[in-house]
Design a protein around this ligand. Structure first.
Ligand code: ATP
Ligand code: MG
Length: 254
């Protein structure tokens, strides 16, 4: 197998007496989409926060392509290629769709807010922005203000911004939560498209089993902060221990 792009080693966080993520060791590879499942409160979002930097581990480590990023800020981790979708917090509501994407492309190019640039390189950025506009099928909405888009299109725009940042690791925490049925497939199509790129590693927290079945190359199960199972979808979903957790019978059976 390829070298892992992302590794968590004995990753742990305590909140007072509560261990929300408990010694989770897992390696993720380019070209692989891993779905993280587990009951409510299992530690899935906390695990994501430890990887993207919203929380810092009590012990253990997070390594990206061999670099220890355990104690880096979220923005430093983003510069190391960790890309996490946050529901709508990254959009500039008063800018158009194209302007939003162009800013993300510009940020990726390391230009920040610098406006004095040669026209030629600006054209390059615009072409790139148009590429992501096209890829996410937002072209017809290019000149609409982000604030005026329907919710589902705003969520698509958010994925477009993430793609424009060109991360190596894509993290989605319940990407279709709160979305209408007619918009969810669009966002899932985009995740499909990202997954098709063999250089990208995708981590997805998802409860909906049809989505899990459609996208997962691998499933890991968290339960009470611990890694309970890890393997190919059919194997993990068929295992007795996972059924016990999902049917809530593990305590009863013990
Ligand atoms: N900042 C925090 N301070 C204290 N406890 C926290 C904090 N963040 C998470 N927790 C606790 O850690 C545990 C795991 O929460 P987490 O949100 O990671 O679960 P989850 O698997 O994402 O659940 P869900 O499926 O409901 O989204 C919960 O018991 C939660 O209350
Ligand atoms: Mg969660």
């Amino acid at each position: 197998m390829s070298t892992p792009s992302l590794v968590t080693q004995d990753l742990t966080i305590r909140f007072g007496g509560h261990v929300a993520v408990n010694q989770v060791s897992c390696a993720f590879h380019p070209g692989e989409l891993t779905v993280i499942v587990g009951p409510n409160g299992a530690g899935k979002t906390t695990y994501f926060n430890l990887i993207s930097g919203q929380l810092t581990a009590t012990s253990g480590s997070v390594t990206k392509d061999g670099t220890d990023i355990t104690r880096m800020s979220p923005s430093a981790r983003a510069r190391h290629g960790i890309g996490r979708a946050f529901q709508l917090t990254n959009l500039f509501p008063q800018l158009t769709v194209l302007e939003n994407i162009r800013l993300a492309v510009q940020a990726r190019a390391g230009d920040g807010w610098r406006m004095l640039r040669p026209v030629s390189s600006f054209r390059g950025l615009t072409a790139k922005a148009e590429h992501y506009l096209e890829a996410t099928r937002l072209t017809p909405l290019a000149h609409q203000k982000a604030a005026n888009l329907p919710h589902g299109d705003q969520r698509k725009l958010e994925v477009a911004l993430l793609m424009a940042m060109e991360p190596d690791i894509y993290m989605f925490d319940e990407p279709t939560a709160g979305m209408s049925l007619d918009h969810a497939p669009d966002v899932l199509d985009l995740i499909h498209q990202i997954k098709a790129d063999p250089t990208k590693t995708v981590l997805l927290v998802e409860h909906k089993m049809d989505v899990v079945r459609a996208l997962a190359d691998r499933i890991i199960v968290l339960h009470n902060g611990e890694l309970l199972a890890d393997g190919p979808p059919a194997e993990v979903m068929g295992s007795q221990i996972v059924r016990d957790v999902y049917l809530g019978t593990s305590e009863g059976a013990a």
